[in-house]
Design a protein around this ligand. Structure first.
Ligand SMILES: C[S@@+](CC[C@H](N)C(=O)[O-])C[C@H]1O[C@@H](n2cnc3c(N)ncnc32)[C@H](O)[C@@H]1O
Length: 242
């Protein structure tokens, strides 16, 4: 199967659970998963390869988990691009999300007794992270203030074993107009979703990288705004092998 036929099949499979979450949940998932390059790239680059226990903070309605489950299923069926690494085969997909409405949509999509997925209402600044092989925060770190960012990142580092990975995406506050455009869009989307306009806490890319390196991560930076006039950077943060 060519990549042009594979990606729509993956999108169909990943968005299917959200049909039971209602019109908004389904179309939000399809729009997000098809238009945001980070979902394709984390599979194409094999960033989560070998990861079993996942923790997604600020997980929304669980679009990332639906994507990973769909990838695992298609791969098991032999429907996988020949030049992509095998996707992860998760044993636990835990998520925490502040907004109860998103948690409710996730519950309708995955059901109450899903064998792998557990999405709970909780503030990433307060919940117990437990242990995980992969921790992700996609576009949510800038909602918490700088001191809390530091605390959360330190606790993520403590939750990961040698070889573990923390994947996040942040805006580069040093990038000028593209950074501000992204924040305006963020405000608009947050408002449309019925939330108060949040204060956002950005950092320059160099500050993010210095902070993560000081915690013991090996950090790769990858521009991740494809097709959008943003200054979004994916940070791939690895815990060195013991
Ligand atoms: C831009 S959305 C991204 C959602 C999801 N990561 C995705 O990629 O679809 C940011 C999410 O972070 C959540 N969030 C913000 N602050 C949070 C906190 N302190 N704890 C948990 N979730 C939080 C918001 O409610 C929102 O759902």
């Amino acid at each position: 199967m060519t990549i042009h036929r594979f990606l729509p099949a993956l999108l169909d499979e990943a968005s299917r659970p959200f049909r039971s979450g209602g019109h908004f949940a389904y179309h939000y998932a399809r729009g997000k998963l098809s238009s945001d390059c980070i979902f394709r790239e984390l599979l194409r680059r094999g960033l989560f390869a070998g990861g079993r226990r996942f923790l997604d903070l600020g997980c929304g309605q669980g679009s990332l988990f639906a994507w990973l489950l769909a990838a695992d299923k298609l791969h098991a069926q032999g429907n996988w691009p020949a030049d992509w690494p095998a996707p992860p085969h998760p044993t636990a997909l835990r998520g925490f999300e502040l907004m109860q409405k998103d948690v409710d949509r996730a519950a309708r999509a995955f059901g109450p007794d899903h064998p792998l997925v557990a999405i709970r209402q909780g503030d990433m600044c307060a919940v117990d992270f437990g242990q995980a092989d992969v921790v992700s925060i996609l576009d949510a770190l800038h909602y918490i203030d700088h001191q809390r960012q530091q605390d959360v990142l330190a606790r993520i580092r403590a939750a990961l074993p040698p070889g573990g990975i923390f994947l996040t995406r942040v805006g580069d506050a040093g990038a000028g107009l593209p950074y501000h455009i992204c924040n305006w869009v963020d405000h608009a989307v947050t408002f449309v979703r019925g939330h108060r306009l949040p204060q956002l806490y950005g950092r320059r890319l160099t500050e993010w990288v210095d902070l993560l390196r000081a915690l013991g991560f090996v950090v790769d930076t990858v521009p991740m705004s494809e097709g959008k006039p943003f200054a979004n950077i994916m940070l791939v943060c690895r815990v060195p092998d013991a």
